[in-house]
Design a protein around this ligand. Sequence first.
Ligand code: IVH
Length: 715
Amino acid sequence: MAERFATEVKNLSEEQAAAELAELAAEIARHDERYHAEDNPEISDAEYDALRRRNLAIEQRFPDLVREDSPSRRVGYVALDKFEKVTHPIPMLSLENAFNDDDVKAFAERIRRFLSLDANASLRLTAEPKIDGLSLSLRYENGRLVTAATRGDGTVGENVTENAKTIADIPNVLAGEDIPEIVEIRGEVYMGHSAFLSLNERMAAEGKPTYVNPRNTAAGSLRQLDSAITATRPLNFFAYAWGEMSAMPRTTQMGMVEWMQEAGFRINPLMKRFDDVDTLLEHYRAIEKTRPELEYDIDGVVYKVDDLALQERLGLKARVPRWAIAHKFAAEKAWTILHAIDIQVGRTGALSPVARLEPVTVGGVVVTNATLHNEDYIKGVGSKGEVLRDGKDIRVGDHVMIQRAGDVIPQILDVDLEKRPDNAKPFSFPETCPACGSHAVRDINLKTGKTDSVRRCTGGLVCPAQAVEQLKHFVSRGALDIDGLGDKQVEAFYESGRIADAADIFTIRERDARSLKRLKDVEGWGETSAAKLFDAIDARRNADFYRFLFGLGIRHVGEQTAKDLARHYGDVETFNNAMAALAANDSEAREDLIGVDGIGETVTQALTEFFAESRNVDVWQRLLQKADPKPVEQAASDSPVAGKTVVFTGSLERMTRDEAKAMAERLGAKVSGSVSGKTDLLVAGPGAGSKLKKASELGVDTVDEDGWFQLIGRD
Ligand code: IVH
């Protein structure tokens, strides 16, 4: 088969392409006939698939040559109303970033420490380009593609199977022997530069809006509801990772990627493996050098621990694996003019200065705004007193250098004093809130005695800007995620008095029914859209518990911490009892919470302050009268330690403490730092002291390290 397609599609002349398409049309039709009508195929599924993919690839390069009798016209493209949701059996992870060599060295050191590898033991890492596209998970059952899903929030994505089938790099059937029953291949969908340029030319010729960059185009193309449109967009796919696998065909990262190639995927040719960090970094520089010549966009190099057994031991922290990191390329920069500095008031009252800029293109994207961080940053003094930009302050009218890196908000790096207008004045940062007029102050950090770099409005929920931002947060994607209730609607509802706080959202339908100004009569709304919104709100009354916790907007409680809290307490009732105890300064409740992995002192303090404030408790209680957060299902319920609270103490010999914690959590256990009445199991290594004593006083089950491995069946 490889010989047969000796000429790569990109090297075919138009004439050759036309001839091959004619041949393929006849050949595929013959195989279809034998397969369907005669039930007597003469080639394997994988060979058949390769023919179809070749046909598709040629058609995508030469859209004008698509024949009337083309096999691609016969697949019957599907148009959908919307994409179904797909839950990933294994979440799709993100990567931690490294911005320089030191970050990479620290990454390797962290791994050595975690695994307690000694200094001269080699640590093998792979290095491969980080493709700037969008990730896709392909599920094969018995070798056949059954689902293609986008990443979504990492847990739930969208079902784009019909569209994925139009990508020539994605096999419908896996090639080779001994394919595991379940295979999930993950990788990046992207659009090559030449395809991007010709698509934009075509769009412009048809008078349609053009795309900004290949990444957005790839995303837009993959998320077309009509797969016939996706089929006209030449997308590519590199395979580099996996999700659920019923069996692992190889034991290393490199081995797995090579196996994917054997199974019929394209893999990135620049992927290599290294035994030391210095040569790894040389490869980074080599990739950076070839970057301008590549046919696709890349934004860094990803390093991964090669040995899969080590990957397993390293496990995850929050949403990123400990065994991988993305080394990003230096950010792109440009000079432009600063026209104005606006102050925005955030959910927690923080006053954030935003730079309004003369639009400028940086790395293919037009930038009009940049963050100025805080007032010290504008003055040229960092939060720790360090001098920034050689002490140059930033003034309206200045020529400024901006930097944009990946998805982060652009920032101002430098000022050209020679071009500063004569009348430019130092910026005077407001000391009152621009939204409500309350004092805006910089707190003093009690621990360090230092002045906070952020100035905050003291108006609390009296401040309309804070209230609105809090409401937007409550309905946002990571929190309640209410369809049809976006920033615009929240602002309008707040303005018109329809909602003042989060609890009001769940009574909006009943109040609307009694109201003189019904939502359906408001401009821009109608009977159907109003009913649809109310239904969407009703549908979220039982959303996951952590979404409510995250939505409350408690300081330091991000999405991951909300998940940790929800998992620790399980349901609202247990949580509320603990919070009441915490607000009443109960020391046991405090100790219990500080001990939860991922929580600690800062979060405990923030929760205490939040639940000691009666206005917050009032909103939360009113909310709970109308909503019923879904309790947490216990993870890995078949594990013998699922749902148990485990404490590790003493020195461990077969695993490091971090590793022990990560392993227990993977098995669905809660890991705590202190022994209490709630502890189910103490794992005590040699040298265990007070915790062991306390455990025996309380009658807590205790095992040694070997006992732990026996218990979890890993002996
Ligand atoms: S590995 C567990 N490898 O980068 C590891 N990701 O910032 C999962 N990406 O969502 C990712 N090229 O979309 C990996 N060679 C590569 C990649 C890559 C691009 C994307 C991917 C992921 C994001 C994380």
